[in-house]
Design a protein around this ligand. Structure first.
Ligand code: OFO
Length: 172
């Protein structure tokens, strides 16, 4: 049985994951409009993943005698300054999510909630992966600078990554 405190904290995490999903969806749409189809595909995939992260918490709460609630989320921005800024935004968002997950782990330890602690370990690893991925993209962007052909190649590469992720999940 889940404690009320942990349920409340997980509910806040649901809202954060839902906002990440909406934020990346909005960036995907902006990338599409700007002609970066591969990057748009990558961000659509990221948005789907965030929804999956949200759903996992939903099920965890409900499987442990709680009741997850659909969060109301603020609308994400529609316009972005440029390509680089989008990925700086992704990094800040992921860092905020990581901090929040670590706080949840601390709370699970404090409350001796072993089930929640065990459940959250998946998110700890996932956040390491996601931060690493976006830092790699930002490092490539540092090399590319304002070079259009570099951005073109990166866009293709991100499109391929999205395609491979879809193949692994059987959606492409
Ligand atoms: Fe779910 O926020 Fe990262 O992935």
């Amino acid at each position: 049985m889940i404690s009320k405190n942990i349920e409340k904290a997980l509910q806040q995490q649901i809202a954060l994951e839902a906002y990440s999903s909406a934020f990346y969806l909005s960036m995907a749409s902006w990338m599409d409009a700007e002609g970066f189809e591969g990057t748009a595909a990558f961000l659509y995939t990221q948005s789907d993943e965030e929804r999956m992260h949200m759903l996992k918490i939903f099920h965890f709460i409900n499987d442990n005698d709680g009741q997850a609630v659909v969060p109301s989320t603020e609308a994400p921005p529609k316009k972005f300054k440029d390509y680089h800024t989008c990925f700086l935004n992704v990094l800040s968002q992921e860092q905020a999510v990581t901090a929040s997950i670590h706080e949840l782990v601390n709370q699970a330890v404090k409350e001796k909630d072993h089930a929640a602690h065990n459940f959250l370990q998946w998110y700890v690893s996932e956040q390491m992966e996601e931060e690493k991925q976006v830092k790699t993209i930002l490092n490539k962007l540092k090399i590319i600078g304002n070079d259009g052909s570099g951005l073109f190649l990166l866009d293709n590469e991100l499109g391929k990554m999205a395609l491979n992720a879809g193949k692994e999940e059987g959606t492409a």
